[in-house]
Ligand binder design. Structure first.
Ligand code: BGC
Length: 375
């Protein structure tokens, strides 16, 4: 019997190669499985980093790893026990899969985003093939239903989950403030609070949309001087854009007032720690970026420590996302699409054919979110 194959984009780390591969076409193997035809796959910084071979690992016993962890697809076939989906449904898959340790409380509670053992796997990143291929099979529990109205933007669900989890963490931390109120009618939970987003890539821009929708007075702080396309996009949905080449972190804090929340989505340690020095009283600093290897950098450690203590600050790192973050991201993309349809459409720079993968993954990074379309 010949095995049917399909096209896939992957890396062969031990040969430092990025390749268009012939990969076996998957089929349902268990009753809870769902066969999905890939529609769109987003390219992110992590994919580009895997293509520099400092990150990422193939499945055990395989020499290559199929890339891609941001996807939307159409259900083709479901296993006998699948209840949530039927053929034709649109779905977004999550990324991380649990470790096998019976004593990992996080993984056993479907919260592998907090895995204690670090033996989790991640589709398209770490020991499980990803979605940059024509079909994939996934268990029902790792897929989320997407309304047809979000077909064109649902590839942004996964990058938005990073902010959804990050902000949920910030609210958990701020439970320490006994007077924090739940959202009032017509006002979000962030009403009256100041948020700064570091970085104007897709994770930053989607985060800015979420913070704005939650009622925060939101500023995006990013390198490029105005005018530029990202600044124009951010300002089109009512968020101020400030260039770090024109305004220092100290001046930023003066302009903004008490910085209650920083959502770091830039992955650069220098600017992150410079802005941390200006976090406000009772503020929370959410870090999501993963910097590449770098020589040590000097930081104003005593000042940082004074601030963290005297101003009751919290610095929280957050990675990956939980099921609620996926559901919230799908809901919020619907909100963004209603409120700012033109801005949301512009987050996707272009849809490309599979042939463009090499340029997208290893060429100069351009635009905001580039997508490979499989249709
Ligand atoms: C992905 C996360 C993943 C992280 C670390 C990010 O690009 O969005 O899902 O956990 O990389 O591998």
């Amino acid at each position: 019997m010949s095995i049917k194959t399909m096209r896939a984009v992957g890396v062969v780390p031990h040969r430092k190669e990025l390749k268009l591969l012939e990969h076996p076409r998957p089929a349902l193997a268990a009753p809870q499985d769902v066969l999905v035809r890939t529609l769109d796959v987003g390219i992110c910084g992590t994919d580009r980093e895997i293509c520099t071979f400092v990150y990422g690992a193939p499945p055990k016993g395989h020499e290559y790893l199929v890339l891609g962890h941001e996807a939307i697809g159409e259900v083709i076939e479901v296993g006998a026990s699948v209840k949530k989906f039927k053929a034709g449904d649109l779905v977004v898959p999550s990324v991380r899969r649990p470790c096998a340790d019976p004593d990992c409380p996080a993984c056993r509670a479907d919260r592998q985003d907090f895995c204690f053992t670090w033996k989790f796997t991640e589709r398209g990143i770490n020991q499980v093939h990803g979605y940059m291929t024509e079909y994939f099979v996934e268990e029902e529990k790792h897929l989320y239903l997407v309304p047809p109205a979000l077909r064109d933007c649902a590839v942004l669900v996964e990058p938005l989950t990073i902010c959804e989890k990050g902000l949920a963490q910030a609210w958990q931390v701020q439970k320490r403030l006994p007077w924090e109120l739940p959202a009032q009618p017509g006002k979000g939970r962030g009403h009256g609070r100041n948020a700064v987003v570091l970085g104007a890539g897709p994770v930053g821009i989607l985060g800015a949309m979420k913070l704005k929708a939650e009622g925060f007075h939101t500023v995006v702080y990013s390198r490029s001087k105005k005018p530029n396309a990202k600044a124009a996009l951010v300002e089109s949905f009512g968020v101020e854009y400030i260039s770090s080449e024109e305004v220092t972190p100290a001046q930023l804090a003066e302009k903004v007032g008490n910085i209650d929340l920083v959502y770091e989505a830039v992955g650069l340690a220098r600017i992150t720690f410079d802005v941390l020095e200006h976090l406000g009283i009772n503020g929370v600093f959410i870090m999501t970026g993963i910097p590449g290897p770098h020589a040590p950098l000097p930081v104003n450690a005593a000042q940082l420590m004074r601030n963290i203590v005297l101003k009751n600050q919290a610095v929280v790192g957050t990675v990956n996302a939980d099921p609620q973050a996926f559901r919230d991201a799908i809901h919020d993309l619907g909100v963004f699409k209603q409120r700012w349809p033109a801005a949301l459409a512009k987050v996707i720079t272009a849809r490309h054919r599979l042939d463009a993968h090499r340029e997208l993954l290893t060429g100069k990074a351009t635009g905001i979110k580039n997508v490979i379309a499989f249709e």
